[in-house]
Design a protein around this ligand. Structure first.
Ligand code: NAP
Length: 533
């Protein structure tokens, strides 16, 4: 076991559901989860199960009358007590050896691996991920545990500092304190688990407030943490509307940091509130905020159009376009505009919209009624602003929140669908007169998360490396599907603090460095000192 833990990190492979044995295992997991739908779940503060009677219902987006789970919601008082319990637990948890904390994450990774389809099946029901998308999410959660456990061992080891004579200097990373973890619903397992385990493995304690659209998956993960041996109070599970209890936990003077992933609007609000020093507060709160995107793929005249069209369509419509990395703008050189558009439309029309449980489904329902309405509105605005609807556009809210994969061509730079994050299956196609203009349009956004360029010209690739201002830039490949460790992830400008989740710098954000310098006194060396103690 020990040996296995020290192995080099490798990404978890994805499940091939084309193999009958895997499909059967997934069907069984889906059946199991179906049998568990509609249950009631408490808050868990300091290990204590609490029921408030004020319930939030989590619904299946593709079958909107199906209740996935009912969750007792925190009030302001409980929200405050969650922070206070986390602070109490911090006094002991911060002293647990890093190796022990890392071992917890290795166990969690192994347990997730063993229950992989079960977790994926919860995502199929709660956020309408297709099997493949849900499987990718679970694989990423396993990766985060494996990666951060190894990273903690690295951070806990001797740190390279310059040696001088006559002094012994050590730099040590110590935890921060109570972290408020606020994830989005779109990677309801991977991002939620990633921010939580990064906090825990570095010795912090957590108030986890999951998205109101995906509390069941978070609860299942929380239970798994408990089962893996996490002591009570290290993570406190607190459901509640962000608008009702979000400010309370962000503002609390005992909150030391906030790890947030979500929209620009909420991220900026958190950043602003966290900057205010509360009564009795003796630190500056740290905010790690990963936010939205308006990601673009630039297609040059000299490139393989089939490959580029496949990359654009996969990036635009995977998980209904509800990835922060999704391609929402295809910026195409005018010389290949029409043939490229044709290829995009043709591939989009081949996508199958439907039940996420049907293995042949390419994309399913969007997350909720509000998103359904907003996305529909953008499809209208796209046309009002001069765009040409060339694929999709239809919506069906009867059983679930279904929106066809939609392509709007001839979109003008600066227009609403070109500038604002839609977070749904809507692709804006924009004509550029040359590569220079294409890059200019790509960069003309307040965001800077992902981007891609398709071209055969090495000089243009080089220019893109330097000039395309995105935290994660891909050359001649799609702009989604970042892998832990391989593509550390985070964006520029209004896309957030560029924390680079899944990278070597990430855990540093959850710790502070302490340097202890001891004068070496002749005749009183290390050995003698130890004996004296
Ligand atoms: P959201 O509406 O901003 O919500 C994110 C989280 O913030 C939820 O848990 C939400 O709780 C909570 N929240 C809402 N108001 C709050 C407040 N006043 N104080 C504290 N917390 C509050 O975002 P979303 O719809 O869940 O996620 C989609 C967004 O996330 C998109 O913009 C996407 O680009 C972004 N995203 C970014 C990344 C990245 O790495 N950059 C990755 C994934 C997603 P409730 O659910 O209870 O409201």
């Amino acid at each position: 076991m020990q040996q296995m833990q020290q192995d080099e990190f490798r990404n978890e492979s994805f499940t091939d559901f084309g193999k009958e044995e895997n499909a059967r295992a997934m069907r069984e997991a889906v059946e199991r989860v179906k049998g568990e739908l509609g249950r009631e779940y408490p808050l868990v503060i300091g290990g204590e199960r609490i029921k408030t009677g004020n319930l939030l219902e989590s619904l299946n987006p593709s079958k909107k009358t199906e209740v996935v789970g009912r969750f007792h919601k925190a009030n302001e008082e409980l929200a405050r007590s969650a922070v206070e319990r986390a602070q109490e637990t911090f006094k002991t948890w911060r002293n647990t050896p890093p190796e022990e904390r890392a071992a917890l994450l290795f166990r969690v990774a192994q347990m997730l691996r063993e229950r992989r389809h079960y977790f994926s099946a919860w995502m199929v029901h709660e956020v309408a991920k297709t099997w493949a998308e849900a499987d990718g999410d679970t694989a990423e959660a396993i990766d985060f545990c494996e990666f951060y456990a190894r990273e903690m061992l690295r951070y806990a080891g001797p740190q390279p500092i310059v040696k001088i004579e006559g002094e012994e200097n050590r730099l040590e990373y110590i935890p921060l304190g109570v972290g408020v973890v606020i994830p989005p619903w779109n990677f309801p397992l991977a991002i939620m688990a990633g921010m939580t385990v990064a906090s825990v493995v570095t010795g912090n304690t957590v108030v986890l407030k999951p998205s109101s659209d995906a509390p069941a998956i978070a609860y299942k993960f929380f239970e798994l943490l408990e089962e893996a041996g996490m002591p009570p109070g290290v993570v406190n599970f607190m459901v509640g509307a962000g608008s009702e209890v979000g400010d309370v936990i962000v503002d609390h003077p005992l909150t030391r940091y906030v790890a947030f992933t979500g929209s620009k609007e909420v991220g900026l609000r958190i950043n602003e509130r966290a900057a205010k020093v509360g009564k009795g507060q003796i630190w500056i709160k740290r905010v790690v905020a990963e936010m939205g995107g308006k990601d673009a793929i630039v297609v040059d005249s000299d490139t393989d159009l089939d490959e580029a069209a496949t990359g654009v369509v996969q990036s635009a419509f995977g998980f209904q376009g509800q990835k922060c990395s999704a391609c929402s703008r295809a910026i195409i050189h005018q010389d290949v505009y029409e043939p490229m558009l044709e290829r995009i439309v043709e591939r989009t029309e081949r996508l199958k919209l439907g039940d996420p449980n049907d293995p042949s489904t390419s994309l399913s329902a969007v997350i909720n009624q509000k998103a359904f309405k907003t996305i529909g509105q953008y499809i209208e605005w796209g046309q009002e602003d001069g765009g040409r609807l060339v694929a999709g556009g239809g919506t069906d809210g009867e059983q679930g929140f279904f929106i066809e994969p939609t392509v709007i061509a001839d979109v003008k730079p600066g227009s609403r669908v070109e500038q604002e994050e839609i977070f749904g299956p809507v692709l804006a196609v924009i004509r550029a007169k040359d590569f220079d203009e294409a890059l200019e349009i790509a960069n003309d956004t307040e965001y800077g998360l992902t981007g891609a360029v398709y071209t055969n010209d090495p000089a243009k690739l080089e220019r893109a490396r330097r000039e395309f201002h995105a935290g994660n830039l891909y050359l001649n490949r799609k702009c989604t599907g970042a892998l832990v460790g391989v593509h550390p992830f985070g964006g520029f400008n209004m896309s957030g603090t560029d924390s680079k989740a899944g990278g070597r710098d990430y855990l540093g954000l959850f710790m502070q460095a302490k340097v202890v310098s001891e004068k070496i006194r002749p005749g009183y060396n290390e050995k003698e000192k130890r004996e004296a103690v």
